[in-house]
Each structure stands twice: as structure tokens, then as C-alpha cells.
Ligand binder design. Sequence first.
Ligand code: NAD
Length: 452
Amino acid sequence: MTSLKSFDPATGDLVGDVEITPVDEIPERIARARAAQAAWDALGIDGRAAKLSRAGDAIAARAEEIGTLISKEMGKPRREAIREVRGCADLSFLLAELKDALAPTELYDDQTRSTVYWDPHGVCAAITPWNFPFAIAHWLVFPALFAGNAVILKPSEHTPLSTQAYADILAPLLPPDTLQIVHGADAQGRTLVASDVDLIAFTGSREAGKHILAAASANLKRAILELGGKDPMIVLDDADLREAARFAARSSFRNAGQVCVSTERIYVPDALADRFVDLLAEETRSLKVGPGIDDDTQVGPMITDAQRDHVLAHIRDAAARGAKVVTGGDSPGGHYVTPTVLTNVTSEMTIGRDETFGPVACVTPVASEDDAVREANDSPFGLGAVVFGGDRERAQRVARRLRAGMIGINRPVSGARGAPWVGARESGYGYHSSRDGHRQFAQPRVISTPAS
Ligand code: NAD
């Protein structure tokens, strides 16, 4: 067996390793999952809920330890990593929501009485990225299992240990082979997608998502794809500029910009742009860059040197085409990129169009609200968007014109508990979380009788 080594992006030190799953073993793993799935399904909603609910205490008990591992393996500040794990530990709302979503639904009219059952698809391949290696596994695996599917989880090759920790908590609570893990890179992902699975639940890049959808089309496998973004933020002329700049710094630099809903494009009225850029630069320069494991670190390293080079190439292209580097713009060494503010960014620049996924805030002055909306919508992506403004009704009108799946007004994009996590356009296909999101892990089956 060959091992997959996991390195600390801050130091280059080995964090640990796992065995790579040979691709020719994957069909046999899927056959085992399929054999286990019928008994798992037969437990019914209450039986499955009873087993899965035991995960909450186990996750809570290990939050500090796993958070430390995540911080070492992917570089994010340790306290954020612990929060990521703790956020998965309280299962009470999720379990109630899943029960409500998947309980049979009764319908009738004058002639017909129907029951809609929410049955499992069968075997689900869950393929996950590295930027939230514990939480994203949870968001895909937990509802897939609850719905009665067996799951094969394929973590990112950059964070195998953090995602393995999730599987290590869940798998012992379940019948053998109900949750299995396959380690490796895109070869393992491609093999899974091409194999005899019934549902693919994927979070990752738009490019991999397009490949998966094409591969799934061969025999019309079901697919839930959460993909990349290029999120805009619109600052209206009645916004609290300091609050807007603080938010922009948090949203552009959290997890070193390696968040699918990072703010990557900021549109500010011409007359306010200089003041906004000054405030944003002040916030940016105050950030402490360093290893995630240090208590005072606010911005960690990029996951790989390739990701650092990708971000620096975006900055250089922008500078060469006329953007102004207000602060940052370089690497202080290692995998780090100095938090950067650019202004006068246009959509002709690579950084104005493609996902950067690094600590870069790009400001574009605009002449009017209409221009801001047009520029914000001028992207094939449509994951999140943010509007900052003093007049709520006006901000709401602007938000309704944006073609994103999740829009925050004076706050981040994520919705209230129970809202879906959803991308529009090329940022997603299907979605998860919420009652409707949970139902995508199930096959509706309608059984009808005469009413009388
Ligand atoms: P990635 O697409 O490179 O890899 C994601 C996973 O897919 C990994 O496990 C990888 O091994 C596997 N993979 C890669 N190519 C594959 C293929 N052709 N077939 C099957 N599997 C394949 O993404 P990444 O670099 O790990 O993560 C960053 C990306 O994920 C960014 O684009 C980010 O915006 C996106 N993301 C989206 C969300 C969301 O909720 N919309 C959340 C987090 C990350």
C-alpha cells in the first residue's frame, strides 16, 4: 500500500499519513456498501436517528483535539477550527429537521389518496474539499446516512486526517460498511463517480463539478454539487463605511480567503471609494499572519505552494493591467500571501473573473447603483453576495436584483437555521441543508389509492 502524506502548510512538517485506496479496490468497497445498505434502511427513521444521534457527544468531546489537527493540517487559526468542529456537535435541530423532511407525506384530493415516501437512493459517494474538512463532510454524510443511504466518503488529498476523524466518530456507531472512507486524489474521485454509486454529493471546484456532472450523465446518476464562487459585495452610498470595511476585511481574509463565500469583489460608489479603501487597508494591515496553531494568528498560510502561486499570479496580472496594490501583494515566504487590497480592479483582469481563493480584497469604484448591480451579476458564478446599506428597504431591493443563491444584507451570506446552503448558476447544482436540501438525499416514491 502506498501512503498519502499530510503536511502542515505552515511548517512543511509531516502531520501524519493514511493508506491510499487502490482504485481497483473501489468497486468491491461499493459492493460492500450496497450489501450493508438494505439493513441500514430497514432500521427506519427512528432507528437510524437513534444511532446517528450518538455522534453529537463524541464530536463535542473531541472538538479541541480535532480542531488542533485541522489547524495543523490545513493552516486555519486553531480557534476557528475548533469552532468548525463544535458547530457539528449540536445535533438536536438537525435531527428534528431531518425527521420532518423525510417522514412520509400524506396528500389527497377528491379521487386519490397518496403517500410520498422519501426513500434512500442506495449508495452515496460523498467527495469533499480541504477548506472545511470536518464540517463539509458532516453536511454531506450525515443527511445521506439519515436518509438510509450507505456512504463512501472521499476526503481531499490535502486533509485526509481531519476528515478521517469525522468518519472515525460515525462509522463505529453504524452497522459495518455503512460508512466507508476511500483515500486518494482525483483518480479515486473519478473512479467513484464512474462506478456503481446512485448519488454523488460533491463540494469542490466548478471545474471538478463540471466533470462530475458529465460523468454522472452516462447513466443519469443523481448529483448534488456545491461549487466555487466569486462573491460580490455592494456598498451603497448610505452604508456605514467603517462597518462595511470591517466586514469586507473579515469576509475577504477569513481562512486566508479560502472560503467558497469569501468576498472577492467589492463595488463602492466613486465618491466614497478612496475613504473605503483607506479604512479597508487599515483593517488589513492590522491582521496578524502566521501559523494557525499560534493563538494570536488571524490569517494562516495557503494550503499548498501551488495555491500561493495561483493567488500571486492573480495579483500580478491585475497589477500589470492597471490595478493599484494598496497594501500587501506579495508573499512573506513559505505558503503565505500577505493580506492584500487592490483597487481599480476590472472584469478584464483574471482576478475580476476567476475564483482567487486567497487573501485578496478587490475594490472597484462604480458610478451608480445600477452599475454596481450590473458588475456584481457579470459572472458565471452565483454562490453568495452581500449588500451594505443604511436603508434596509433599498438594500433589500438591490439584493433582489442579484443572481446569487445566498445574499446577506449588512451581514454574511449564511441564512437562519433551516435555510438551504445553495449556489445559483455555475456555483451549484442541487443543494444541501434545510428541509428541501435534505430531501435531495432521498428518492420520493408516491403510492396512491382511490380516495374512497
Ligand atoms: P477540488 O474540486 O479540487 O477537489 C474537491 C474534491 O474533489 C477532492 O476530494 C478532490 O480529490 C476531488 N476531485 C477533484 N477532481 C475530481 C474529479 N474530476 N472527479 C471526482 N473527484 C474529483 O476542490 P478543492 O481545491 O478541494 O476545494 C476548493 C474549491 O471548493 C473551491 O472552488 C471552493 O469555492 C469550493 N468550495 C465550495 C463550497 C460550497 O459550499 N459551494 C464549499 C467549500 C469549497
